[in-house]
Design a protein around this ligand. Sequence first.
Ligand SMILES: [Zn+2]
Ligand SMILES: [Zn+2]
Length: 232
Amino acid sequence: MKIPFFFCQACNAPVSLKKYPCLCESCQDALILCPKLCSICGEMDCLTKSECLRPWRKSDTIEFYESQYLCSLRGYRVLRSWKNRSGLLFDRVILNWSSDRTQRLRDFAPDCIVPIPQSTRRARMLRSNPAEEISISLARQIRKPLVHALFKESSIRQSSLHTLDERAHHRMGFRTILEKPNGIRRALIVDDLMTTGNTLRQASEALNSGWGGRLRIGICVLGVRHLRRRTE
Ligand SMILES: [Zn+2]
Ligand SMILES: [Zn+2]
């Protein structure tokens, strides 16, 4: 009889360390790599069409969207457990950026990486800020400095909004807390999960206006999650 000696960090199923470092096979399989995303709306279904299906989402500052994972319901659960548990081994599995992605980020050549801040209540609940952990791993990979430029002004508690859609459409304001460092023309804004991208567009607008405009911004997230997938 095979004796399991480790448990999956996401679902607690017994796993054999020989195969994967800290996830069971089905959680590992749930981490689907994300295809290229539309540079106008951040979704992936536009790329097979001749034009963007959501032109109203176009931002004057955002140049492209990049995501490591495409979240199915199960993949979302894996990323959510990573956010809550973290750990060196788990980090290494989750923050394993594929080379085509890091290459696209290098090609964009951002002068700095700006993580999306968490509201303090949420930061207290989690061990740390996942967006920051993701930013640190990216900063290491593409060798760009991390700049904590944004502050989140949350006037309303997320828990008082009931649906994802409500949350997505509620405007969470950001402002810059730092003068623009010299020589910055491009910034990469980083977050953990993107649903509609509204938060990221707001953060981009805040960064651009706070830093005097004419900033070119790229968005990089760990996973994209679509609203319609919620019914799966
Ligand atoms: Zn598992
Ligand atoms: Zn599009």
